[in-house]
Ligand binder design. Structure first.
Ligand code: FEO
Length: 402
């Protein structure tokens, strides 16, 4: 009889048994406008391993896919590559159903899983480089600390040349297609960058180390099986995504100048538009992002490949406009680097808004190459000319760095 959910065979011994979340739009503050997937994998040898589980609420879908291949109680090992709840959330119910010989995770995952579930999960810790025999084949575990949690690891299945990379190289993209090469490239490119900017960027220095350690292992990889979104199977695409992870981790400045702002009565918007003209005058490529219609996570995506960050806020009740405060707090946590920038805004009588922007940019270590720019009430022609000249000042400083 046809089942609602079935596994997809990926290689001789590997099956995808994950879940598709078509409806999620808020992934801890990240706008997942195309949904996501929680990928789990079954490696079927003389012994069988399940690699990662899915977010709470999707366990039935995963179990049904597993059941299309084998009786779930025949699974010998459950591997937890990453303790975050979108992959570990169904571990307790999975372990209770499957009763595996071992639940395996990194050493650092042992306390992390205990502090998530408080239910005595019996975890067998594996060391970096340790292997697990499946009888006729084996799995190798490689720690990837802080890519992107302390306990994160990846699992390599040499028999079929599959690297199970947990969050690394993923994207939030729900689709019926399971492979990158079955999807429009512009969507793959954008969603991969958005994922890196919003999830991986704070750990960029350790990403480079982790990639280097993986390179040193010289693994033969025919399938890069991430825990989110479609999988990478073509060499040119795997080379592209690993190359991009190197490039994005370095955050070398480009000519792009992101202008993020909101407006109360239209004055800060007028200022931003004139600043954009000035940025162009100086050879920068302005990207205006009015927060009335732009999500914080899309701002982060643009900042990933920018050389300048220019932020404007009206003054409301002696402080920042709420949307500007939101995006600044979010960007501060993501720790973008190598940016020049400036703070601007219109105000009525207090004028504290742009000063708070300046403080936030300083905290982010943005190099403020232009003095804070404030205009009272509504900018006139001279005021807008001043904004244009201010934008050019920032562009001139940027051009010296690219
Ligand atoms: Fe997809 Fe860090 O969890």
């Amino acid at each position: 009889m046809t089942q609602a959910f079935e596994a997809l065979k990926l290689t001789d011994k590997v099956y995808w048994v994950g879940a598709i979340d078509w409806s999620i739009r808020n992934f801890h503050g990240y706008l997942t406008s195309r949904g996501t997937t929680y990928n789990a994998f079954l490696v079927v040898g003389e012994k069988t391993a399940l690699i990662d589980t899915v977010k709470p609420g999707f366990g039935d879908e995963m179990m049904a896919r597993i059941a299309s291949v084998m009786d779930p109680s025949e699974i010998d090992f459950v591997i937890s590559n990453h303790a975050e709840m979108d992959h570990s959330g169904c571990l307790p119910e999975t372990v209770a159903t499957v009763r595996p010989e071992k639940l395996i995770a990194s050493k650092a995952a042992v306390p992390a899983l205990a502090q998530h579930f408080h239910n005595g999960l019996d975890v067998t810790a594996v060391a970096n480089g340790e292997t697990l025999s499946l009888g006729d084949s084996e799995l190798t575990f490689v720690e990837t600390k802080m890519l992107h949690w302390p306990e994160s690891m990846v699992t390599y299945f040499g028999a079929d040349s599959v690297l199970f990379s947990q969050d690394a190289f993923g994207m939030h993209l729900a689709s019926a297609e399971r492979y990158v090469d079955e999807l429009p490239w512009d969507i793959v490119e954008y969603e991969t960058a958005k994922y890196f900017a919003n999830i991986v960027l704070p750990y960029a220095p350790v990403v480079l180390k982790a990639l280097s350690a993986l390179d040193d292992l010289n693994l033969d990889v025919d399938l890069l099986a991430t825990d989110h979104g479609p999988l990478w199977r073509q060499t040119e695409h795997m080379d592209w995504v690993t190359g991009k992870y190197h490039e994005w981790s370095k955050q070398e400045p480009s000519k792009k100048a992101v202008v993020v702002y909101d407006t109360m009565w239209g004055s800060t918007d007028k200022m931003a538009r004139a600043i954009g003209e000035g940025l162009s005058d100086g050879g920068a490529h302005p990207k205006l992002m009015p927060l009335g219609g732009t999500h914080r996570s899309d701002v982060a995506t643009e900042v990933l490949t920018a050389g300048a960050l220019v932020v404007g806020s009206p003054t409301l009740n002696k402080t920042l406009y709420p949307t500007v405060a939101d995006v600044l707090a979010y960007l501060t946590g993501l720790t973008p680097k190598n940016l020049v920038g400036g703070a601007f805004g219109s105000h009525g009588w207090g004028g504290q808004g742009s000063a708070h922007v300046k403080e936030a940019l300083e905290k982010m270590k943005v190099d403020l190459v232009a003095e804070e720019l404030k205009i009272q009430y509504v900018p006139d022609g001279d005021g807008l000319a001043q904004c244009r000249a201010w934008g050019k000042t920032i562009a001139d400083a940027l051009m010296e760095r690219v």
